[in-house]
Design a protein around this ligand. Sequence first.
Ligand SMILES: [Zn+2]
Length: 145
Amino acid sequence: MPFIFFKSLQGTLKSYGENINEISSLLDKAILRVNALIDPTPENKLKVLSLPPIEELSRKINENIDQLYERKKEITKHLQNINKVLEDARIKCESCNGEGKVKRLKYEREDNIIMSFYERELCSTCGGLGYFTISEEVRKKDMRF
Ligand SMILES: [Zn+2]
């Protein structure tokens, strides 16, 4: 179960890296654009022929920077989650969202009418606890990272 946290952290870190690569590549293009403006030799002009205009490059750079800020918040949240799990030595059950019970849709036939209603029953994933306990041994191993 703790792997869920690491998986989503890994996913966010990957996206973060992609944003950084994108910004780097956009900056390369922006530099070529600026070069062609300052030093408009045929060679420099040729290099920017297929590149988007500087306004578009600038807009995309800003978009990526905004995304970086958002992802940074997500990464912090993931790390806080992992810390909390290690501190409390328990992981919230994802099936019942920590409540120990789940809603299940049931049907009942009365005369010719079928009625549906929700019934709360014990979560079968965590057995009604709402969480999983991490053993001391596993916790100590994790702390070494
Ligand atoms: Zn549960």
